[in-house]
Design a protein around this ligand. Sequence first.
Ligand SMILES: C[S@@+](CC[C@H](N)C(=O)[O-])C[C@H]1O[C@@H](n2cnc3c(N)ncnc32)[C@H](O)[C@@H]1O
Length: 217
Amino acid sequence: MTNTAEAKQTPATSGLVLHKAAIYDLTLWLLSLGREGVIRERVLRLARLSPGEQVLDVGCGTGTLAIAAKRQVGTTGTVYGVDASPEMLARANKKARKSGLEVILKNALVEALPFPDAQFDVVLSTVMLHHLPGKLRRQCAAEIRRVLKPGGRVLAVDFGTSPTQKRGIVAHFHRHGHISLTEIVAILGEGGMIIVESGAVGISDLQFVLAAAPCGE
Ligand SMILES: C[S@@+](CC[C@H](N)C(=O)[O-])C[C@H]1O[C@@H](n2cnc3c(N)ncnc32)[C@H](O)[C@@H]1O
């Protein structure tokens, strides 16, 4: 199957949907001083991907992480990306084609994932949860839990200080909200997942939580 960006409309959501895809990538390039690839690889290491795994990137944006994930899971693995923004998906589609890697892109909402129960080994969520109001964060966590296989894992990475940290430069200029490490832990826990590991990614104010769906249900 080729890379596909299915719809041309933004589905209704109270999440903050981005549309300026090229500006998004340029901003990341500038903020990362051209090291976005290195940063994405570091984030992906936390997810412990293996060849052959089925992966979903929720709020995949312009697809950089999903494409890097596909490189890791190889031809026997599958990577899906979901975003509410047709413009972000169109750019992700273009980048995936250019890289020669297949990522299946869907224009859909993270609070209503268009997948059957227990489809994925891994769900990735990077700098997406802070785009959602509180109620949608919990709906999104419940949906992630639903689409994970028993024992499957979710890696959530977002801007937010741990209780002992001060806000850094990126967080300072970032206008639309944060989500604390404590809150990510809480919503994934309330969503029925078991926290495996959490802490600072080691880049800017990024925090991560790795959690797992219970085994053997
Ligand atoms: C800051 S971007 C992060 C993109 C990507 N994960 C990354 O690491 O670069 C947040 C993304 O979430 C998407 N988004 C916001 N609310 C959403 C929703 N309810 N459902 C699906 N996507 C949503 C936005 O369109 C945007 O592409």
